[in-house]
Structures are given as C-alpha cells and as structure tokens.
Design a binder for this molecule. Structure first.
Ligand code: ATP
Ligand code: MG
Length: 484
C-alpha cells in the first residue's frame, strides 16, 4: 500500500508531467470556493492513482468543503456536512470513498445514494472520472431500468454502487447486491432522502450494511428532520456547516412582477434580451412543463423538457443532450432541482415561483456552479407575493425587481475567460449567447457547426413530438392552461 501513497513517492514527479490535464477554466470565481485554508490534494495522503484522476478532472486544489470533509472522512468518522450549491460536495464524498476501496476485493465497498435517476447518472460519472486510474468498478442503478440488466451486472465485480434508494433496496432484498462488506454509506441531498417519501427505504437499506459502516450525509439544506436520523444511525458525527450565509455570491437574483397570462410574453422578452449560454426554466407541475415547452417552441426558440412522468429513456436522452449543449434551454419540473451540475448554465428562470425556500435555493443553485457567475429570474404573480417574502426572509437574501437592462458582467464570463460547453464553440465562431430572431431556432452547439446561411430551425426530437401534437398533450392543455 505504501508505494501507492503519493506522500511516500520519494522518486520523481514524472507521473505529474504525464497527466492529461484539461484546459484551465479562467472564469472568475467567488469566495464560496476560493476561501480555503490552502490545503493541497497532495497533502491528503491519497493514492497516486486517485490523485491522477483528480488532477485530470481539472481540480487543482480542494474547495472549502473538500478541505473540511476529506481528511475527516478518511479517518472513517461519520459526517454531516452542509455546504453551498455547486461548491464540490460530490468530490468531497467521492474522493474519500474511492480512497477506501480495495480494488483487489470483488465486493461492494461503498453505496452512494441520491434522490433522482439523473443525479445517479451524474454522480456515477464523477466516480468513474476521479477513479479512472484506479481500476475501480462503478455501477449505477436506478428505477426505470430493467432489473434483469442490473442482476446480470452484479454477477460481475462491483466496488461502488451509485443509485436511487428503491432500486438498491430491491437488489439488496433479493440478495443480488451483497452489502455485507459495504463500509461506506453516503447520502447526497440527504434531507431529500430523509423526507417521508424516501425515509422508510433508507431505514430498511441500512439493515443490510455492517454495523461498523461509515455514514456520511451531504446537502446544502438540512431541515430538522435530519436530527432523528442522526441520533438513530450516526455515531458521534463530525458536523460541518459552511453556510453562515445561504445563497451563492455569484448568483444575482431578480423578480419580475407579472400576471399569469403575461408570463410567456415575459419569457419571450427575457430570451431576446439576455445573454443566455444555457438556461433552465422551472415550472411547478409536469403539465405546465409540457405546455410551456410547447409555447417556447411556438415562439421559435429551441428547448428540451423533462419531468418525472416521462419515459426514463427520454429523460436520459434529454439530460445527456442538454449537458452536451445540444439545446440552449431546458424546461423542467423539480426533478432537476437538486444536484444537477451543468457548468454552462448561466441563467435559471423560475417560470413558476417555488413553494418553499429549500426548493428555491437548490433551483437557483443550478447556475453559478463552482463559484462562477449566474442569474436567477423569478416570474412572480400576486399569489406568489407572500412566498417571495418568505423566501427572502428564510434565506436572508434580497431578490430585487428586475431592472430595465441587466448588466452582462453579472452573469456572463468576461472575454478571454472560457465558458464551458456551447459558448466555447460559439466564441470560436464569433457568436454570442443572445437568442436573436435569426438564431433562436438553433441550438448553440448546432449553430456553431452550421454554415452561416442555414437559419431554419431543426426541431428537437421532443419538439417534433409537440408539433405532431399527441393526444395526452391536448388533454393536459385543457386542464392547466399556461396562459389563462
Ligand atoms: N476542487 C475542485 N476544483 C475545481 N472544480 C471543482 C472542484 N470540486 C468540484 N468542482 C466542480 O464544481 C462543480 C460543482 O460540484 P458539485 O456538483 O459537487 O457541487 P455540489 O456542492 O454537490 O452542488 P449541489 O448542492 O448543487 O449538489 C462540478 O462541475 C465539479 O466538477
Ligand atoms: Mg451535489
């Protein structure tokens, strides 16, 4: 083992020069991620193979939550950690979990639980990227996929299991997933996993793990419900709270006071005025997601949509394609409110104002990832006025009325600092993120690769469905009009 420890590498730094490092992200960052003690990953006694994965992921030094959590987690303490959105909580639990995996042992040694399938896919990807040089076998398992495929996969070696609680319990209950030597149990978005919807499953799942397991809970929001779980299932947990202030410093928040029937028009104006790199637009119900996606399409803008009632294969495709910058705008329900990390998203729009502060915080945290700049715009109706006030009070933040013009320097990376995703390509082509009448039908990535004269919209596969007008959609429209 000793030769695996980077700290004991007395020879050379050859391995570092051989690293395949990504291009540096030169965008400005806020203190949410820069306010560190100055600890380096190399001082954390991590395996060299793991360090290689960390550096090749573009992580130069730990963020505040990583500095706080990783050393404690490596000492096998239980942890209850709270840190702001987009500040690197995933790596804060993935790194110590990977470090504890013995790849020569063909057993599940860590379970990482998350509340949604998309987040499971994303988190398993982080495990694979960071563990790339370790030979670690990561399996992702969620509802909405064939159980048989999971059973087959579990007949091969799996070291880390990432997934949603129901499916993992199913596999453990059937005796297919052997958790008897699983020493690490992580709950990401822990407060969500402890909500009444998931809590009984979590309780049952824990019974399949050894009693000396390490339990780690992470989230940006920890309501009181977590206390019961802590008292019952955690041993003298080390508590970390990096949230004296709750909202992200890089995210500017505005509201526009509108009537319900003006919302689509207002969104249209925002699209034409803002410099959107990628945007996520939240609605409060699946019906409204589909209806708004239809309106956006009719306005001539390109958009995807996603919600929990869609087929999993469609959800996956939307998530995958949106991440890859195939489309500029995504209309969705709270399915994608938590944990989703798409660095290219610089604008979040609450088409419907959320019902509680936690949801609001997680939603606006989809922009301004890793201390970058972002913009959150809330369309607020007369009915929302008390909610708006409550969110401001509970989060100790100010949501200002939207000004006539929004200063781009508040949410667009300055020239020279590479934006991730679509913009990088656009910048090469001299194109910016504003959605003009000429460009609005095209996706950023498509635009970058298209000849200049090609301006007609290529409908996304979802838009094609919308335009074809399937029955369900018709019925839904009658039930819940987006504009009255
Ligand atoms: N040390 C680091 N250096 C550079 N980038 C990092 C580092 N750690 C994490 N990141 C990047 O920061 C982004 C946000 O990380 P992550 O998704 O883990 O945030 P989070 O705290 O879990 O947010 P949320 O509360 O929204 O789930 C990711 O794109 C990740 O790759
Ligand atoms: Mg997260």
């Amino acid at each position: 083992m000793a030769q695996n420890q980077a700290s004991s590498s007395s020879n050379s730094n050859d391995w570092k020069t051989a690293l395949n490092l990504p291009k540096k992200d030169l965008r400005p960052q806020t203190e949410d991620v820069t306010n560190t003690k100055g600890i380096e990953f190399e001082e954390m006694y991590l395996r060299r193979e793991l360090l290689m994965g960390i550096f090749e992921a573009g992580f130069e030094r730990p963020s505040p939550i990583q500095e706080e959590a990783i050393p404690v987690a490596l000492a096998r303490r239980d942890i209850l950690a709270r840190a702001k959105n987009g500040t690197g909580k995933t790596a804060a639990f993935v790194i110590p979990t990977l470090q504890q995996v013995d790849v020569s042992k063909p057993k599940i040694q860590g379970v990482l639980l998350v509340p949604t399938r998309e987040l499971a896919l994303q988190t398993s990807q982080v495990c694979k990227i960071l563990g790339k040089h370790m030979g670690v076998q990561v399996m992702v398992t969620t509802g909405g996929t064939t159980l048989k495929d999971d059973i087959m996969r579990l007949s091969e070696v799996v070291h880390l299991l990432v997934g949603t609680p129901g499916r993992i319990l199913d596999l453990a209950g059937k005796g297919v997933a052997d958790l008897s030597e699983c020493n690490v149990f992580v709950m990401d978005e822990a407060d969500k996993l402890l909500s009444p919807e998931f809590s009984p499953v979590m309780e049952q799942l824990l019974e399949y793990l050894p009693s000396n397991r390490q339990v780690m809970l992470f989230s940006a929001t920890f309501p009181i419900i977590v206390k019961d779980f802590k008292d019952k299932h955690m041993k003298n947990p080390h508590e970390i709270n990096l949230m004296e202030e709750l909202t992200l410093r890089g995210v500017t928040q505005y509201y526009a006071y509108v009537e319900e029937r003006q919302k689509v028009h207002c969104l249209n104006t925002l699209f034409s005025k803002l410099q959107i790199n990628q945007s996520i637009i939240f609605c409060n119900s699946t019906n409204r997601v589909e209806l708004l996606a239809r309106k956006v399409t009719e306005l001539g803008y390109s958009c995807f949509f996603s919600h929990a009632k869609m087929l999993q294969a469609h959800r996956n495709r939307v998530f995958h394609d949106f991440r890859n910058g195939v489309c500029r705008n995504l209309v969705c329900s709270d399915l994608l409110t938590r944990g989703i990390d798409i660095q290219a998203v610089n604008v979040v729009i609450n088409f419907d104002f959320p019902k509680n502060s936690e949801t609001y915080l997680h939603r606006i945290g989809r922009s301004g990832r890793f201390g970058h700049l972002g913009l959150a715009i809330n369309l607020v109706t007369y009915e929302d006025r008390f909610n708006l006030f409550r969110v401001e009070q509970e989060l100790g933040t100010e949501i200002q009325p939207i000004p006539q013009t929004i200063d781009k320097s508040l949410y667009v990376a300055p020239p020279g600092a590479d934006e991730p995703g679509p913009t990088r390509k656009q910048q090469k082509q001299g194109q910016q993120g504003q959605q003009t009448p000429q460009s609005r039908g095209q996706t950023p990535a498509q635009r970058a690769g298209q000849p200049a004269q090609l301006t007609r919209q290529q409908p996304t596969f979802q838009q094609q469905q919308i335009l074809n007008g399937y029955q369900q959609q018709q019925q839904q429209q009658q039930q819940t009009p987006v504009t009255r």
